[in-house]
Design a protein around this ligand. Structure first.
Ligand SMILES: [Zn+2]
Length: 431
């Protein structure tokens, strides 16, 4: 207990941030050729960082930068100081590899322990960790944080369902950590085998995958769990543990004594107004081996203004609403697939899968077709009304017109990986 710093005033945070920013810039420029090149190109030196406002003059760091000096692009310490590496799979090109000093590992452990504390866990808890172990940060992070916190880690990793179920029953684990699709799979399995009365779960921590409220509620109902938390993180910021929603579930608290978060417009690269959705850009304040200065995460979210009802003073961001790379432009409107999720999610009669198809018509206009599966319980008689209702919502919420096709349940392909949602035929590409 006591991992979350209490009573840090705004002034104290500002001082920690300025000191951390200046240390990070000096450290990176003294040791990383990648930062030296980027800053030289922008005509900026370490002396140009005198206040927190100066942050916005510093050059961005983007994923393509991390491929240039592969395999250890940001390494800013000697080889002897590096005690571990982790990597994440890049969707294109080389994976991103980050280095860690022992101090980095310690900061990560403390940071993750804060998340467990925020979820209301105690040292009596038993934590079933059903995420990937190895090169990925997921398993390592959940375990490191659990041991630092002092609860019991049950390090399962991606084993088969039988083994998960057996250990849930035998170990009487109280906390389940996984992606949303894994949690759903387990929840359905527990239900199918009639084991609900034999397990003891009371919390679920979900990471690394966008999911709908409907899916979350379904998981909770099947497992009889009320408390479901979202954890945020990425390999570039140590790993998972960069933030968690609290018991109020009104946004994800993040640790602004460890990072500075900026939200920018991904097109203009300028800061957006407080509370508006944009791309999250992160600067680290303590990372030694792989420091981050204005790293573009491409995760879309917004800062939630105001104080949290839970009373914690650490600021909050919203759940991740998609990736800035997934944006498409239709009739001069910028659209993110997540906006379609938000339109479809609360509607009766709509199933879980959809596709967006973009075509260029002979009359020179672009056409968007939204293909939506009917839910199992809905009737084909209501297709026309459902399609009209979805068109109407698209028009009101996104200010665009689209054709809506209602399909049979499971008509669209299913995949283990992230589903492709957008098919852009306008220039022969799909994204
Ligand atoms: Zn809170």
């Amino acid at each position: 207990m006591g991992f979350i710093p209490q009573n840090l005033t705004r002034e104290a945070i500002k001082k920690i941030q300025l000191d951390g920013l200046r240390w990070t810039v000096n450290h990176a420029l003294a040791n990383s050729s990648l930062y030296q090149r980027n800053f030289a190109k922008a005509g900026i030196t370490a002396q140009d960082v005198r206040s927190l406002d100066d942050l916005q003059n510093l050059p961005f760091l983007d994923k393509h930068d991390l491929q240039a000096d592969y395999p250890m692009p940001l390494k800013s310490v000697s080889d002897e100081a590096v005690v571990r590496i982790h990597g994440s799979s890049g969707t294109t090109g080389k994976r991103k590899v980050m280095c860690y000093t022992q101090k980095d590992i310690d900061v990560w452990a403390d940071m993750f322990a804060r998340c467990y504390e925020l979820s209301g866990m105690t040292r009596q808890d038993r934590v079933h960790i059903a995420v990937g172990y190895g090169l990925w940060t997921a398993g390592a992070g959940f375990q490191l944080g659990c041991e630092r916190f002092g609860a019991m880690a049950v390090p399962m990793g991606p084993v088969n369902t039988d083994m998960h179920v057996e250990m849930l029953v035998d170990m009487q684990s109280t906390v389940f950590c996984s992606t949303a699709s894994m949690a759903l799979l387990m929840a359905e399995e527990v239900k199918k085998r009639g084991l609900l009365s034999k397990i003891k779960l009371n919390k679920i921590i979900l990471g690394a995958e966008r999911h709908s409220d409907a899916m979350r509620n379904h998981i909770g109902e099947l497992l009889g769990v009320d408390e479901i938390y979202d954890i945020y993180g990425l390999t570039e910021v140590y790993g998972p543990g960069a933030g968690l929603d609290c018991t109020a579930h009104e946004g994800i608290h993040f640790w602004d004594d460890l990072f500075i978060y900026e939200i920018i417009d991904p097109v203009t690269l300028k800061p957006v107004a407080d509370g508006e959705v944009g791309e999250l850009v992160i600067t680290s304040l303590k990372k030694e081996a792989s420091p981050l200065i204005r790293y573009r995460t491409h995760d879309m979210t917004r800062i939630i203004p105001g104080d949290c009802p839970c009373g914690l003073s650490f600021p909050r961001h919203d759940r991740i609403q998609g990736r800035s790379d997934d944006m498409f432009i239709y009739r001069a409107v910028n659209i993110y697939p997540n906006q379609i999720d938000l339109i479809l999610d609360p509607m009766d009669g709509v199933g879980s899968e959809y596709q967006i198809v973009l075509d260029h018509q002979e009359n020179g206009r672009d056409m968007m077709t939204l293909k939506v599966e009917r839910s199992d319980s809905a009737s084909t008689n209501d297709d026309t009304a459902l399609s009209a209702m979805i068109s109407d919502r698209l028009r009101r919420k996104l200010l665009v017109r689209a054709a809506v096709e209602i399909l049979d349940p499971e008509a669209l392909p299913r995949t283990q990986k992230k589903s492709q949602r957008v098919f852009d035929n306008r220039n022969g590409n799909s994204s």
